[in-house]
Ligand binder design. Sequence first.
Ligand SMILES: Cc1cc2nc3c(=O)[nH]c(=O)nc-3n(C[C@H](O)[C@H](O)[C@H](O)COP(=O)(O)OP(=O)(O)OC[C@H]3O[C@@H](n4cnc5c(N)ncnc54)[C@H](O)[C@@H]3O)c2cc1C
Length: 394
Amino acid sequence: MTVIVIGAGVAGLACALALADHEQDVELHEAAPQAGGRCRSWRDARQGVALDNGSHVLVGGNRHALAYLKRIEARDGLRPAPFTLTLADAADGGRRSVPPYQLLPDLARSLGRLRAPGRATVADRLVGLEHQHDVWQPLCLAALNTPPAQASARLFRAVLARSLWQGPWAGRLLLPQRPLSDVFVTPALSTLRGLGAQIRLGHPLRQVIFRQNRVDSLRFDDYQRHLSRHDRVVLALPWHRATDFLPHLPTLPGRAIINGHFLCRDAEGGDQGPIAVQNGLAHWLFRRGNVLSATLSAADSLLAWPSELLARLLWRDIARITGQSRPPAAWRIIKERQATLRHDPTTDALRPASRQGRNLYLAGDWTATGLPCTLESAILSGKIAAKQLIDDLF
Ligand SMILES: Cc1cc2nc3c(=O)[nH]c(=O)nc-3n(C[C@H](O)[C@H](O)[C@H](O)COP(=O)(O)OP(=O)(O)OC[C@H]3O[C@@H](n4cnc5c(N)ncnc54)[C@H](O)[C@@H]3O)c2cc1C
């Protein structure tokens, strides 16, 4: 029996790994020339450094993601950010810090309030909290990539309950200290190869052929792969690709994220931890080495803006907040149109389960994991698909 996993994003990698660890024969097919999907990096010719498609953050409570990193021996790829949250005002460059203990009264209240009917939004539930505007709304936008007025209260509660509410360690931000691919992807590919998995990059699936409610064969450009009675398929594709093959799946709305990466001339530039930006275009600033990065969540309305304009406005925020006096040596704007789902209550209710038929399973951050589209959700989805598949065999 062979399990054919389609898509080598983090969900597909985690699923393939869980299956290979259970001594299943695994084939992994990825359309792009590199694995990693929405969590990837490359060496940028303009900047002469490795860039990520977008700054990624984990928290100490992301237990599935941390177990995955331990399994691929890449746990040292994350470093903890300072405990204290730094807020900066892009209008005047002013900064202040919010220590975690100041959030506790609000946190206790918010968890009670967010335990709400399925259709409630975050904005409905957090009115009047002391840190509603400076902490909870930016955290909601970052965690759900959806403005609080639309975001699902249930999902935001799931994030808080598994992070800050578990204690300071679980709420602490963890930042990749190397390019994303070096932390989440390359070590996973090496581990999989070591377990005998067959990996084909640049090998897109073109068609799924069904017969009597089973996947009968998979068509690639160079051959058609017929499935034996025992073979299984896991589609670990993003939601907007999965519907190409499984038209019965609901059409779910996505949300964009824009990142601006700036190569700084001034070697010394202040904080290493993320800074939450108020009154600016950017929402968060990050620094790794001499690259300063600005993240803009739920950025759909800005996708049509020219990159030059976005770079100019983001750099204005960065210069005010970090005191950079000289313009960047180089910059790059990356627009990820389908970065995550739009996490409103209606979309949340439509997310599909993993098992899709007698020999077909889904994985991906957007499936019904109970978490927003994050690395934690992607890795959990891969483990859920692998577990269901193995349980169904016996
Ligand atoms: C800019 C940005 C910032 C983010 N920030 C964070 C963060 O701070 N923290 C966090 O936890 N998460 C963050 N995320 C979300 C995180 O990156 C995703 O949740 C995760 O990478 C999704 O993994 P996945 O495997 O489910 O999907 P994907 O990464 O989309 O993987 C699907 C794979 O399927 C492949 N594929 C598509 N079609 C085919 C085909 N026909 N045949 C074969 N393969 C195919 C794709 O090429 C891709 O590699 C961010 C995402 C973005 C875009």
